[in-house]
Each structure stands twice: as C-alpha cells, then as structure tokens.
Design a protein around this ligand. Structure first.
Ligand code: GAP
Length: 478
C-alpha cells in the first residue's frame, strides 16, 4: 500500500507498479538505464492481455495473419526503407558540458542546457541516426529494427504466394523495436527498446476491396472523433461519409480509422472525451506517410494528449524501394493487372498502451484511507480473481487451494494469496487491479460457502462453492 498524499499521479503509478510487480527500471541493481524497463509478473500479464485483445480485434478478418520476422535485419533493408538516410533527429549541444538534446525537447527562445543551464548550440552534423548498428558475423552491417513494419514488407512476396495470391492481405507483427533516443523521457513514451503491434494491409489502390460495400454501409454513419489541422486540432465528431466528402479521406483509410477508434473506445474502454484522431500536418509526417492521423489519449499522468498509435497510408513507398534495391519483383498480378500493392499501416506502441491503462483506470477513493485501485476491465486485469484463505484453521488452506485450482482449470486466471491481514490482502489485490476476491473462511468448512468481494464497490456476497465458477463466469462476462 502506498501513501498517496501530495504525490503526483505518475509517481503513484510508479510506486504501485514497482511494489506490486508491474514494471521496474531495467538493471536496477546497476542503477538502471534511461529508456529501458522490465515488465514484472503483473505487467507482463497485463501486456499479454492487451495483445490478446489487439489480435482478436485486428486479425479477425479473412486473409489477415500474424507473422514473425527478426529484430536484426541487414543494412540493405534500411537503405531501401529510407531509415539510413532519414531516420535522424536534430540535436543541440551544450557549449559547456557537451550534453546533447533533441531539438524538440528544447524551447528555443529559452535555449539553455537541461543539465547545467549553459548555452546550447546546434550540433555540427545535425542528423543523428537513431538506429542501433550491429556487425553480424565477421563484418556484415546490420541494424536493430526501429519498426516491426520492415519485417512484413520483406516477407510480403513469400506470404502473398503462400496465402494464394489474394488482396487485401494483412500482415501483423507484434515484436520489439529499437531506437537510440537521445533523451529518453516520459516513462513508457520515449523508450530505447519497446514493443510495437503493427498491421500492414496490402491492397490494390485502384480497387481497394476494403471496405467492401457491406462494410462501408456499416461504417458510413459512424462518427469519428477527428482533430483536423485546419480546425486548430479541435475535436469534432464527423461521420465517415462526411469525412469522405469534406476531407477527401479515402474509404479504405476511413475503415482503418473506424477499426482503430472502436478498439480504443469499445474494447479497451477509453472514455470518448479522452480520445482524438489527430491529423498530423504535412511537414510533421514521417518521410513515408501520405495520410497520417495519430491516436492521442488524454493522460493526466503526463499532462495532456499523448500519441499511442498511428494510422499511416504509406502508399507503395516501401515495396517499390525494396523492389528496386533487391531487384526482386514485388509487384503482383491481381484484378487483371500488374501493380505494386499499396499499404495502410495501423501502428501501435504497446508500452504506451500499457501506460494508458494505468492512467485511465486509476481510481482513488478519497473516503477510504489512502489506497488506490486500478479498475482494469475484467479481460485486461492480470488476474481475474484472487483466492484468500481467511483464518489459519485446519483444512481451510486445502479447500482454498482446491478452489484456486478449479478456477485455473476453468480458464479463470487466479492468484492464491495467503499472507498478511485480510485488509492488507484486499488492498494489494485492488492495487493489482484484480476484479474479484474469493474469501474462504471458518463458515466455509461448515456450509460449503465462500464470499465474493467486488473490487469496484467493495460489496460482498455469499455463494455456495458448487455455484462459484458459474457465478464468476457470469460476473466476468458482464
Ligand atoms: N511503423 C511505423 C512507426 O514505427 P512511429 O510513429 O514511429 O511509426 C509507431 O511509431 C508507434 O510506436 C507510436 O505511435 C508510438 O506509440 C510507438 N513509439 C514510437 N517511438 C517510441 C519510443 N521511443 N518509445 C515508446 N514507444 C514508441
């Protein structure tokens, strides 16, 4: 339990996260390193549950698959993709202590070193490539991949053939990405090693085939929460058919925006007033993007709207460049003609998405001492139930363990918690975000009943052991 008086929300989250085992600074015993975090047992479960929901939502379409490439890819991949040339950031350097910073971290009219407050000057070579270089074997140049996307582009030809040459084809990769960020900051928001969940949708630009007429009919009246650049990024709800007419957004792109918005609002449970699709102005887009909206979520812990995902229309940028450098034909014959497929990319930073869960589902009941809880949705919570034997009475632990194992066998993720006072155990389970606690007490041995306590209301009710699994399944499905 943490004391939460006079502590910022992000400090509270950090404190609970490390005591409960959500995440820790990597190599903490050596002082930790900026930009690297380790997921503990609860954090890994939370992240895996998020990934499970992501897969379920985005890979439910025909011909959409998950593949796995490598984290280390050879240099020509990044020559073709443009990362060798363009994946850099402008730096400023302190004239005294030589510390370097990203130019966008510095307010230019007050350009003082963030470490020693001396004058900053523009670094001579203003491009610092953010990829981590490697040498493979005795001398072949390679890089740790800064995005999972390239793994899908270089696999496209093989997968297109293997999946019977059909478009649209969706290839997802959930894996690590690596960026040598100059100034890692904002916790999970600027990491040097992080996870991405990216879906590349390859399609015929003249005949996208998605959304098909049926899908378009289903989404044309759906209201997107768009923050348009020419409206000072003020959010307004715009139907897909209006966005198609007024903002000239193609239907395939709108279908991507709808799927992404639905994921955040309906599956994850982000409140709609904390969500916006932020149009990235042309000058700020990544070098490969033709149309680019970011998903931004209002996060109190980080003081405003923050980017957690992006919807990128990359055109034929990647496949064309890989075709010309590799000399392998990546064009396809489809719908009676030969062409290079275009790509719509739905790109998510998984760690940023995990952080948003802590921020959005954080809850503090000011009436009740100073504990806080995470009201994670039931499918995201690391554990769905905890089993707590209440008193040290013979036979009680055995009964409690039997119940715990019966939950596991029924596919309900369960934690067995038998140490500390009952008040402390409830508080720890609230901090872990566990929606239900089942208490096994003295009465259990007499009448085969236990108590179910609900995280969000602290309400308790008595249930017969024989009806426990069905009752919990019912509660979990609500
Ligand atoms: N494949 C496209 C791509 O990588 P991006 O906007 O550079 O696009 C996609 O990254 C997502 O990855 C971002 O929306 C963000 O959520 C996450 N991301 C990017 N850089 C990150 C970093 N240094 N630390 C944590 N997450 C990051």
């Amino acid at each position: 339990m943490v004391s939460t008086k006079n502590v910022s929300k992000s400090d509270e989250i950090l404190s609970v996260a490390s005591t409960r085992g959500f995440f820790f600074p990597t190599a903490g015993i050596y002082g930790g390193r900026a930009g690297f975090y380790t997921y503990g047992h609860l954090g890994k479960l939370l992240k895996s549950n998020w990934e499970f929901l992501w897969r379920k939502h985005f890979l439910s379409k025909d011909n959409f698959w998950e593949v796995q490439s490598n984290n280390i890819l050879p240099e020509p991949v990044f020559k073709a993709s443009g990362h060798l040339e363009n994946f850099s950031e402008c730096r400023v350097k302190c004239s005294k202590c030589n510390s370097e910073f990203r130019i966008d971290d510095i307010v230019l009219d007050d350009s003082k070193c963030l470490k020693c407050n001396n004058k900053l000057v523009l670094s001579k070579d203003d491009g610092f490539n953010m990829m981590f270089p490697l040498v493979v074997g005795s001398g072949e140049k390679a890089y740790l991949s800064p995005e999972t996307a390239q793994g899908a582009y270089i696999t496209f030809k093989d997968e297109f053939k293997a999946t019977r040459g059909k478009l649209p084809l969706g290839l997802a990769i959930l894996d690590k990405a690596y960026r040598n960020e100059l100034s890692p900051r904002n916790l999970f928001f600027r990491l040097r090693e992080f996870s991405q969940a990216e879906l590349q949708i390859f399609f015929n630009p003249d005949l996208p085939g998605f959304p098909d007429d049926v899908e378009w009919k289903g989404i044309k009246d759906y209201g997107l929460l768009l923050a348009q650049a020419d409206n000072n990024h003020k959010v307004s709800k715009v139907s897909c058919s209006d966005a198609f007419k007024k903002f000239k957004l193609p239907k395939f792109y709108l279908s991507g925006l709808v799927r992404v918005q639905k994921f955040f609002l309906d599956i994850i449970g982000v409140p709609s007033d904390k969500f916006r699709l932020f149009e990235v102005p042309e000058g700020d887009r990544a070098f490969y993007n033709r149309i680019h909206y970011d998903v931004e979520i209002l996060l109190d812990s980080l003081g405003g709207f923050k980017e957690v995902a992006g919807v990128h229309y990359r055109g034929d940028h990647d496949l064309s460049r890989h075709q010309s450098l590799s000399k392998e034909k990546l064009e396809v014959f489809h719908d009676g003609k030969r062409f290079i497929p275009h790509v719509l990319e739905l790109s998510f930073g998984v760690d940023r998405n995990v952080w948003l869960l802590f921020d959005i589902f954080y809850h503090k009941d000011l009436k009740k001492s100073d504990t806080l809880l995470f009201r994670f949705p039931k499918l995201l919570a690391p554990f769905q139930v905890s089993v707590l034997p209440l008193v040290n009475k013979e036979g009680l632990d055995v009964k409690a363990l039997e119940i715990h194992n019966s939950f596991r066998n029924a596919g309900i993720s369960s934690f067995f918690d038998d140490s500390g006072s009952i008040g402390k155990r409830y508080a720890r389970n609230d901090e872990a975000g566990t929606p239900f606690c089942v208490t096994v007490d003295g009465q259990t041995l007499d009448d085969e009943s236990v108590t179910i306590r609900v995280r969000d209301t602290s309400e308790q009710s008595r249930v017969k052991i024989g009806e426990l699994i069905i009752t919990l399944q019912r509660l979990l499905s609500r």
